[in-house]
Design a binder for this molecule. Structure first.
Ligand code: PEP
Length: 253
């Protein structure tokens, strides 16, 4: 059965108390809503193992927010995919606009990370999306096509097998201004068609939307046929709010 794919990106937020109370609440109330949802929690690296201990018996998955391109060696401050695999991570977010912006991550670097993540059989969650200027100039599809082409160039025709795509318009992330769900539907259709054009053997492409999703607007995204999941920042930090989102998708999907 196809499930709705929800990822909580905690970014640089959370602490030990927050994690305890978040999962106390989740253990009490979330179990009924996991049948139709795949849930991934992506905490800061230092809390990955702590979160894994909480979720491993709950059918919730662990995601990392980033990974280095090296497996081991003199790379101070970095985290290897081998380490992520060892502690139970299944997914890795790559190409988030905050990493592209604040850490100068290029499309080429993102492609290299995806290559490595796939080699180790973890699943990359590739973020793509346009700036406000790109949008206003009508360049959204062009920008996304370029971002996808870079991955195709590095990984070849089968690049998008076992990858999740997150369409995240940069202007919508953390701003409280979400994209119009009907516009998002069209972009998701474009992404899926473009991927299928390059790889006719691909099945089940998952494209998530991310950008200021909250309990008020979540339904309008879930009902779009090509929105297969959500990547959620702010609204994933509060267990009660996050669970309302999870419940909404369970009731609709
Ligand atoms: C994100 O960080 O990917 C995100 C979508 O954040 P927010 O939900 O806060 O806009």
């Amino acid at each position: 059965m196809k499930k709705f794919f929800i990822v909580a990106n905690w970014k640089l937020n959370g602490n030990i108390n927050m994690i305890s109370s978040f999962f106390e609440y989740f253990q009490l109330y979330a179990l009924n809503y996991l049948e139709k949802n795949t849930i991934v929690i992506a905490p800061p690296t230092v809390y990955l193992e702590r979160v894994y201990k909480k979720i491993k018996k709950m059918n919730i998955f662990l995601g990392a927010q980033n990974v280095d391109i090296h497996l081991t060696g003199p790379f101070t401050g970095e985290t290897s995919i081998l380490m992520l695999e060892e502690i139970g991570a299944k997914y890795v977010i790559v190409g988030h606009s905050e990493r592209r912006l604040w850490h100068n991550e290029t499309d080429d670097l993102v492609a290299e990370k995806i290559c490595l993540i796939k080699k180790l059989n973890l699943t990359p969650i590739l973020c793509v999306g346009e700036t406000k200027i790109d949008k206003d100039n009508g360049n959204t599809k062009k920008i996304i096509k370029n971002q996808l082409d870079c991955i195709l160039k590095k990984l070849g025709k089968l690049a998008f097998q076992n990858i999740i795509i997150a369409y995240e318009p940069i202007w919508a992330i953390g701003t409280g201004i979400s994209a119009n769900p009907k516009d998002v539907q069209l972009i998701h259709e474009f992404i899926k068609n473009y991927i299928k054009k390059n790889d006719s053997s691909i099945k089940n492409i998952i494209v998530q939307y991310g950008g200021s999703v909250n309990i008020k607007n979540v339904k309008s995204f879930i009902i779009q046929p090509d929105i297969d999941g959500l990547l959620i920042g702010n609204a994933s930090l509060n267990a009660e709010i996050f669970l309302k989102i999870v419940k909404t998708s369970h009731d609709i999907f």
